[in-house]
Design a protein around this ligand. Structure first.
Ligand SMILES: Nc1ncnc2c1ncn2[C@@H]1O[C@H](COP(=O)(O)OP(=O)(O)OP(=O)(O)O)[C@@H](O)[C@H]1O
Ligand SMILES: [Mg+2]
Length: 155
């Protein structure tokens, strides 16, 4: 899984409306003009998807990860498993997360599946900012009707 090195804090960043990626450090963006404005994307895949339904991608995705960090601490050892992950998951999406062993695939799936909470950053489920603790304490039924399944032979 490719992660761009980022600082934990940051001003508002330009985002790819489809995949959610922070575009501020990417070159060769794909530009799509729409209703007199220019929209920028990480590549042709997201640009084409936006063109197919521009209004949809200006709304909120089903799940959104924004600058998500996960740091595991074991004694004096600290592992930065996720360093500022941005990701949009739209209803009906079928996604694959690919990366080397130890790159953080399982950790990010735990965030997407609301099984673990980030050290820093935000996880939104249908516009609600949500961590494991608030989900179980506040609105245990708010995710009914949706299932987040992780299919993998390597997680
Ligand atoms: N509970 C934990 N405590 C400490 N370190 C952890 C924990 N879970 C994951 N890590 C570390 O975080 C990093 C990312 O681990 P993760 O399991 O997310 O990788 P992965 O991409 O799923 O790897 P694999 O392909 O081997 O399943 C690794 O360095 C791992 O050792
Ligand atoms: Mg794994």
């Amino acid at each position: 899984m490719k992660q761009i090195k980022k600082e934990k804090t940051g001003a508002a960043r330009a985002r790819d409306l489809v995949c959610g990626m922070d575009l501020s450090e990417l070159a060769d963006l794909a530009e799509v003009p729409y209703k007199g404005a220019s929209f920028y994307f990480c590549g042709s895949g997201c640009a084409e998807r936006f063109k197919s339904d521009p209004e949809r991608f200006q709304k909120e995705p089903l799940i959104r990860l924004s600058n998500v960090w996960k740091v595991f601490k074991m004694g004096a050892v600290e592992t930065q498993a996720l360093r500022g992950v941005d990701l949009n998951v739209w209803e009906g999406d079928f996604i694959s997360i690919i990366g080397a062993s130890g790159s953080g695939k399982s950790t990010v799936l735990n965030m997407i599946g609301l099984l673990d909470r980030p050290t820093d950053g935000m996880v939104f489920f249908i516009r609600e900012r949500m961590f494991l603790c608030s989900m179980t304490k506040k609105e245990p039924n708010s995710v009914q009707g949706y299932s987040v399944s992780c299919f993998s032979n390597i997680i």
